[in-house]
Ligand binder design. Structure first.
Ligand code: GLN
Length: 537
């Protein structure tokens, strides 16, 4: 197996994850089998317990791992399906080392950062290598910025690992920033030089330097960076601000032939140039769509760019599928409580209520769902959004006054959403929700079944604690709610819909984790199609 390690310098939020994912795209289009993973130096075992304000979205894998949102980019930019092995944190590393120490596995030795902690990181690299024997290239992104205290052990482990597997099998890529100083009218290379110097102090000489730049990278600067950073000039690659869409990133990196540089370094130079026509066509549909719809996303972390990342991406995929630009209006759900849904949300073609936790803004979301139901505006509820639709229907159609989820009202008279028995004694908050992929049965004759192409089983990813309360199933169904899918094993309600409405669908799972650029998720595609119809009325 060949290895690519992607580090970052100067500042965070450089698009290092997108750069890594784009390299994955290009290599895959050269016919190579790639696998992507991320090392996160923070001490949390996983991001599952972190606030979206800290971390953005928590991305969930098939196996139920709660991971960094970059894994979402990896799964969208490549065809690999990732597992919990592909997101390693310092929390996991230390947890494992300390457990081994308690079991006496270090045979009386003093347990030290080097070699014991670095060995643990390398062990993970070897485990991933062994469990993916058909992978040609393993791409590992290291979170944070070179020079961060908490990242040092990861960098050291990778330095050792490269020596052990042979330098010819490893390509180090460093992503840095070239700031443009407006007053001087100049692009500056010094931060890049210094951050590469920092990396070299740690024993790593990058093979390729990716320079994030607003403008272009001129030949003088390329030459300067090459000389000061000890790399060949062609290995200084520009990564420009893309105009419209993150899906342009692989095409931008291709301009400086990054994939060629990588395969040459790794001795895979015989692979053909990437066939990117499909990707380019997708990008064209994103950039130059024929139609436009406006969709309101009514949530709680709306001011945060990254909190609903996969949902926004899924809307882009579904939009491209219908040659449609999806204009997103971000609605702070709490604001609806003080005013009213119509004046806050306004004239839109669809309303989406995403997942969430805690009761802030829930009444606003319920008002948004009511507004959508009564005015026949397409509604898509995801996880909490499905629970919200259930509560709204129970209260306002079924006449169950005060109906609620026990998450928001412990003593509600009508707990239409409640905890499952096995969740009741749970004390640890980390990794104890209903997590990961589960098989569900689709009922024929429903809109959901139609959208999924009338398959009888689906597999979707979950991340929630509360469930549709089966004690209320009959009453809600008698009032017209349709249950279109239940989980195959426990019979838990997975999808609800309203038949007398152009599109009113709630999913207990997270379809946004399985949407891809050229394969829009069927529920998102159906939602955008309904929004398009609404816009043309
Ligand atoms: N808070 C709800 C639950 O735990 C919904 C979770 C979510 O939207 N991801 O069930």
């Amino acid at each position: 197996m060949k290895y690519i390690f992607v580090t970052g310098g100067v500042v965070s939020s450089l698009g290092k994850g997108l750069a890594a994912a784009s390299i994955g795209t290009l290599l895959e289009h050269r016919g190579l089998t790639t696998l992507m993973q991320k090392f996160d130096p923070y001490l949390n075992v996983d991001p599952g317990t972190m606030s979206p304000f800290q971390h953005g979205e928590v991305y969930v894998l098939d196996d139920g791992a709660e991971t960094d949102l970059d894994l979402g980019h990896y799964e969208r930019f490549t065809s690999g399906v990732l597992s919990r092995m592909n997101n390693l944190t310092s929390g996991q590393v230390f947890d494992s080392v300390i457990k081994k120490e308690r079991r006496g596995e270090f045979l009386g030795k003093t347990v030290q950062f080097i070699p014991h902690v670095t060995d643990e990181i390398k062990l993970r690299m070897h485990q991933v290598t062994e469990s993916n024997p058909n992978t040609d290239v393993l791409i590992t992104e290291i979170g944070g910025t070179v020079g961060d205290m908490e990242g040092l052990l990861f960098i050291e482990a990778l330095r050792q690992f490269a020596l052990e597997v042979g330098k010819e099998n490893v390509c180090f890529i460093h992503v840095t920033l070239l700031p443009y100083i407006k007053a001087a009218g100049e692009v500056k290379t010094k931060p890049t030089q210094q951050s590469v110097a920092k990396l070299r102090e740690l024993g790593i000489q990058p093979d390729i330097i990716i320079c994030r730049t607003e403008a272009d990278l001129d030949e003088d600067n390329r030459k300067k960076i090459a000389m000061f950073c000890n790399v060949e000039r062609k290995n200084v690659v520009a990564f420009r601000d893309v105009d419209h869409s993150i899906y342009e990133c692989p095409l931008d990196l291709r301009r400086d032939k990054i994939d060629r540089l990588v395969v040459d370094k790794l001795g895979l130079g015989h692979t053909p140039s990437p066939a990117l026509e499909d990707w380019e066509r997708f990008v064209q549909r994103v950039i130059h769509p024929k139609h436009k719809v406006t969709i309101a996303v009514a949530g709680k972390y709306i001011e945060l760019q990254d909190a609903y990342k996969s949902i926004y991406e899924s809307l882009i995929h579904a939009g491209a599928h219908h040659d449609t630009k999806v204009h997103i209006v971000r609605v702070e759900a709490e604001a609806i409580e003080d005013r009213d849904a119509k004046s806050v949300i306004g004239d839109v073609d669809g309303i989406l209520v995403p997942g969430g936790f805690g009761d802030r803004g829930t009444e606003g979301k319920i008002l948004a769902a009511k507004y959508a139901r009564e005015n026949k505006i397409p509604y898509f509820g995801i996880c909490l959004g499905m629970q919200i639709a259930t509560i709204e229907f129970a209260r306002n159609v079924c006449g169950l006054k005060g109906a609620n989820s026990t998450e928001f009202d412990k003593v509600t008279k009508h707990p239409v959403i409640c905890l499952q028995e096995e969740q009741k004694g749970v004390e640890d908050m980390g990794a104890t929700m209903r997590l990961g992929s589960c098989e569900s049965i689709l009922f024929t004759g429903t809109k959901a079944a139609d959208l999924y192409g009338n398959v009888d089983r689906i597999h979707e990813r979950h991340r929630h604690r509360y469930e549709f309360n089966s004690d209320y199933q009959d009453r809600l169904q008698d009032s017209g709610l349709v249950i279109s899918s239940v989980s195959a094993v426990e019979g838990l309600v997975e999808i609800i819909e309203l038949p007398e409405h152009p599109f009113y669908v709630g999913a207990q799972f997270h379809p946004e984790f399985q949407s891809k650029p050229n394969h829009a998720h069927p529920l998102f595609a159906g939602f955008v199609a309904a929004a398009l119809e609404h816009s043309q009325k």
